[in-house]
Ligand binder design. Structure first.
Ligand code: ATP
Ligand code: MG
Length: 576
C-alpha cells in the first residue's frame, strides 16, 4: 500500500488541552490501582457502577446539570443528573417490588428511548444484571438471547412485545414484562410508568464486589453465533479512563455517541464511562440522515462525536457540499469504532470538518477501548493507533510466541484489565478458548509497526490465502474504497482450484456510476496500481447494499456462504 501521510497536530489544532497530554509518559507509569481515586467506593472496597455513573455527581451543583439530552425528529427531552438518579432509583424500587434479586437478568428491548438509560442504571443499582437488545431484532434473535440468559424481567413496548410473544413459550424464565407505553393486556405485563410514578425516588444502592456482574451483552454475531459476554461493576474504571483519555471528555462537553444501546459501545460510552465523566450525553433516536446529523451538530453545538465507519462512509457518499451548509465549528474531537476505518473517509473528514476521525479498536469482550488514536498523538491513517496505557497488546503467532514489528499475527493482550469480560454466560469452554499461553486472543489479525502503531488486517477467519500469499481484506477494501466509483466494499476469499482462493469483491457504487465490465477492469487496474499486483479482486460484483449487523458491521461470512452455496442458519443479527 502507498505510504500515507501522517496527520500531525500543530498547537493551533487544540481548542482545549487534551486530558492526556503525553502518551508515552502516561503509559510508562500507568497502574489501574493508581486511578481508583477517579471512582467512588463504599466501605470495604464495595462499589456500584450506576452510582459512579450518575449518583456521585448529584452531591454538588452538577445535580442540576443536563445528563441526557434526548432528541428525535419531533421532540426533545432533557434529564439532569438528579433526575437520572431519581428515575433509576424508582426503577430499582419497582424491580425489588417484583422480587428482583442480585444476579437476576433484566433485559431491555426498546428503541433508543430514555427509559433504557433509566432502567439500565436502576437494574445495576439493585445488583441484578442488565442486558440490552437492538429494537430491530426479530423473534429468533430475541429468543436466543432471552433463552440463553434466562432473563426474568424484560422492559419493552407494545409494538416490540409482539415479537416476544411469538417465542414466549420457549422462554420459561421470563416472568415480568414492563410495557413503557401501554396498559397491561396480558398476564405478566406491568405498566412501567404507573409503577415508576408510584415508586419512591429513594433507594439504597446495592454495594457490590468489584468483580460482581453488572451487565451482559451478546456480541455482534459478525463471525458466528453471538456470545453472552459478562462484565463486572469495576469495568467502569477502564470505561471511565478511556472516556477521559480517548474520547477526551471534559465535563462541559456536549457529547454525541451515535451507537445504539443494543451494542456495547452504547453501554460503555453512553451510560457508564461517559456519564462517569459528567458530560451531557446527546442521544438522537431518529433514523440516519446526513442533513439531520449535521443539523444536530450545529444546533446542539456538539463537541465530541463518536461514530462508526459505515456512518462516515455514508456521510461521504452524500457529498462535501452538504456539510458546508452548517456551522460545525463546535466539533473538537471525532472518533470511529466497530470496523476498520479506511483512510479515504478519514481524509474526507479532515477536508470537511478540519479534524481527522480517530479510529479505535475494541470488542464486546474487552468492555472498553484497548487500542486507539489519541488527541495528543499524530494519526497514521489506516492504523487503529496504540494500546491504551495499562494495556499490554502484542502480536503473537499461533503458538503464543510474541512477534516483532512488521510481522502479521494474532492480536493479543495480557489479561487482567478491569473491563475484561468475566465470563461467557453458561459457556466456560468458550471462555477458556480465548486464552493461549497467558494471552487473551482477540480473534483478529494485525501488525505492529516500529513506532508501536497497530494495523488491523482482518478477522482471523477472513484472511485470504491466494497463490501462496496471505492477503488481509482490510487493505484491499481500503484500496477499493479509495476509487471514486466505490462507496463500500467487502472482499472474501473464494475457493479456486488453481490459486487456493481468489479475491472476490462486493462493492456498492457512488451516485452517478453504473456497474459494467469496463468499470470492473478500471477498478482492478486501480487496485493493482495502488496496492499490489497479486492482491486485486479477480471477481467484482456490484451490489445495492452489503449485508451488515445492527451495529453496521459488514458480515463477510454471509457473502462467503452465499458464494459457496451454503445456507446459513443464524441470520438473526443481520440488519434488514
Ligand atoms: P462476533 O464476535 O459475534 O463475531 P463482533 O466481533 O463483530 O461479533 P463486536 O464485539 O461488536 O462483535 O466487535 C468486535 C470486533 O469488531 C473486533 O474483533 C474487530 O474485528 C472489529 N473492530 C472493532 N473496532 C475496530 C477497528 N477500529 N478496526 C478494525 N476492526 C474493528
Ligand atoms: Mg467478536
Amino acid at each position: 500500500m502507498k505510504r500515507l501521510k501522517i496527520i500531525k497536530k500543530p498547537k493551533s489544532y487544540f481548542k482545549t488541552e487534551p486530558n492526556m497530554k503525553d502518551y508515552d509518559k502516561t503509559r510508562r507509569k500507568f497502574k489501574y490501582k493508581d486511578y481508583y481515586s477517579e471512582l467512588d467506593f463504599f466501605k470495604g472496597g464495595k462499589m456500584n457502577a450506576a452510582y459512579n455513573a450518575i449518583d456521585r455527581h448529584t452531591m454538588d451543583w452538577r445535580r442540576n446539570k443536563l445528563a441526557l439530552l434526548w432528541v428525535d425528529d419531533t421532540q426533545e427531552k432533557k434529564y439532569t443528573f438528579r433526575e437520572m438518579k431519581n428515575y433509576s432509583n424508582r426503577f430499582a424500587n419497582v424491580l425489588k417490588k417484583y422480587g428482583a434479586k442480585k444476579g437476576d437478568r433484566v433485559f431491555h428491548f426498546l428503541p433508543r428511548l430514555p427509559e433504557i438509560y433509566m432502567s439500565f442504571l436502576g437494574t445495576l443499582k439493585t445488583g441484578a444484571i442488565a442486558g440490552t437488545m437492538f429494537a430491530a431484532f426479530g423473534p429468533e434473535a430475541i429468543r436466543d438471547r432471552l433463552q440463553d440468559s434466562g432473563a426474568k424481567f424484560l422492559v419493552t413496548n407494545r409494538e416490540l412485545v409482539k415479537r416476544v410473544y411469538k417465542v414466549k413459550r420457549q422462554l420459561p424464565a421470563l416472568k415480568h414484562i414492563f410495557i413503557v407505553d401501554d396498559k397491561p393486556r396480558k398476564k405478566g405485563e406491568i405498566n412501567y410508568w404507573e409503577e415508576m410514578n408510584a415508586a419512591s425516588r429513594k433507594f439504597k444502592v446495592a454495594e457490590m464486589k468489584k468483580t460482581d456482574p453488572a451487565f451482559m451483552l451478546y456480541t455482534s454475531g459478525t463471525t458466528g453465533k453471538p456470545k453472552g459476554v459478562i462484565h463486572s461493576h469495576l469495568a467502569i474504571l477502564h470505561e471511565h479512563m478511556t472516556a477521559k483519555w480517548v474520547l477526551d471528555l471534559h465535563s462541559e462537553d456536549m457529547y454525541w455517541c451515535t451507537a445504539d444501546p443494543g451494542w456495547v459501545t452504547g453501554i460503555a460510552y453512553e451510560i457508564l464511562g461517559s456519564w462517569s465523566n459528567k458530560v451531557t450525553s446527546l442521544i438522537y433516536a431518529g433514523r440516519f440522515n446526513p442533513a439531520k446529523w449535521y443539523e444536530i451538530i450545529e444546533k446542539y453545538e456538539v463537541n465530541i462525536w463518536y461514530t462508526a465507519p459505515t456512518a462516515v462512509r455514508m456521510l461521504m457518499k452524500s457529498g462535501s457540499k452538504l456539510p458546508k451548509q452548517y456551522d460545525l465549528s463546535s466539533l473538537r474531537h471525532m472518533l470511529s469504532v466497530g470496523e476498520p476505518l479506511n483512510p479515504e473517509p478519514l481524509y474526507w473528514g479532515l477536508k470537511v470538518f478540519g479534524l481527522p476521525f480517530h479510529d479505535n479498536w475494541w470488542q464486546t469482550e474487552t468492555g472498553g477501548i484497548l487500542i486507539s488514536n489519541y488527541p495528543s498523538m499524530p494519526v497514521k491513517p489506516g492504523s487503529m493507533g496504540k494500546p491504551f496505557p495499562g494495556i499490554n497488546a502484542v502480536i503473537i503467532d499461533d503458538n503464543g510466541k510474541v512477534l516483532g514489528p512488521g510481522v502479521e499475527g494474532n492480536l493479543a493482550m495480557k489479561p487482567g484489565w478491569p473491563s475484561m469480560m468475566k465470563g461467557i454466560w453458561k459457556n466456560k469452554k468458550k471462555y477458556n478458548k480465548y486464552f493461549l499461553k497467558g494471552w487473551y486472543i482477540s480473534g483478529d489479525k494485525a501488525m505492529r509497526d516500529k513506532d508501536g502503531y497497530f494495523w488491523f488486517i482482518g478477522r482471523s477467519d477472513d484472511v485470504i490465502k491466494t497463490s501462496g500469499e496471505r492477503v488481509g481484506p482490510f487493505e484491499v477494501e481500503s484500496a477499493l474504497v479509495a476509487h471514486p466509483a466505490i462507496v463500500e466494499a467487502a472482499v472474501i476469499g473464494k475457493p479456486d482450484p488453481l490459486r487456493g482462493e481468489i479475491i472476490k469483491a462486493f462493492v456498492t457504487l457512488s451516485k452517478g456510476y453504473k456497474g459494467s465490465d469496463a468499470l470492473k477492469v478500471k477498478i482492478q487496474k486501480y487496485v493493482k496500481k495502488h496496492l499490489a499486483g497479486h492482491a486485486y479482486p479477480r471477481e467484482i460484483e456490484f451490489r445495492a447494499n452489503l449485508p451488515k449487523t445492527q451495529s453496521g458491521k459488514i458480515i463477510r461470512r454471509f457473502l462467503k456462504a452465499e458464494e459457496m452455496g451454503v445456507k446459513l442458519k443464524d441470520l438473526s443479527t443481520m440488519a434488514k
